[in-house]
Ligand binder design. Structure first.
Ligand code: PNS
Length: 156
């Protein structure tokens, strides 16, 4: 049985994240979508709000649950008994950044990273840009689910 962790900030989760969750849920026996709760600037949603949005998002997938972690991702994977980290890749820039983390994580504990190429129609979507566009009054309704969109409008 292969248990995988899909980590991220998910501030907020996008349709790009949902695509990776859908495909990883089909590929692995169990998937934990884990949101990091380390303090960092430019957060829009509190950890509890991100957990609520993610819980709604994964509701259709019986083998997916939500987790939170603070500290090293590899320590969380070890505590959960997960041997695989799942990451979506949108571009070569993502790859350059993620490759180093994947190699470090594997060297530290042996947990391996599986990359999924983002669907082309989602390749330009990022939580950071979604937040900025929404803050400046742009329409982000096709970048997030209706439930997340409603929260965005209520939070801004
Ligand atoms: O959605 P994001 O912001 O790209 O997610 C980044 C995240 C949370 C997956 C990454 O920053 C992470 O793994 N943080 C945990 C701290 C850690 O393990 N750092 C060492 C990485 S080699």
């Amino acid at each position: 049985m292969v248990k995988a962790v899909f980590p991220g900030t998910f501030d907020p989760p996008t349709v790009g994240h949902l695509d990776i969750i859908t495909r990883a849920a089909a590929a692995f026996d169990e998937l934990i979508v884990a949101t990091g709760v380390n303090q960092s600037k430019n957060r829009l949603f509190e950890p509890q709000e991100r957990i609520e949005m993610l819980t709604e998002l994964v509701e259709p997938f019986p083998n997916v649950r939500i987790g939170t972690f603070e500290g090293l991702l590899v320590d969380y994977c070890r505590a959960e008994g997960a041997g695989v980290i799942v990451k979506g890749l949108r571009s070569a820039a993502d790859y350059d950044y993620e490759l180093q983390m994947a190699q470090l994580n594997r060297r530290m504990t042996g947990v391996d990273t599986h990359f999924l190429p983002t669907a082309p129609e989602n390749a330009f979507i990022s939580s950071s840009w979604v937040k900025e566009i929404a803050r400046l009054g742009g329409d982000v309704s096709t970048f997030v689910t209706p439930a997340v969109h409603a929260r965005l409008l209520n939070t801004l």
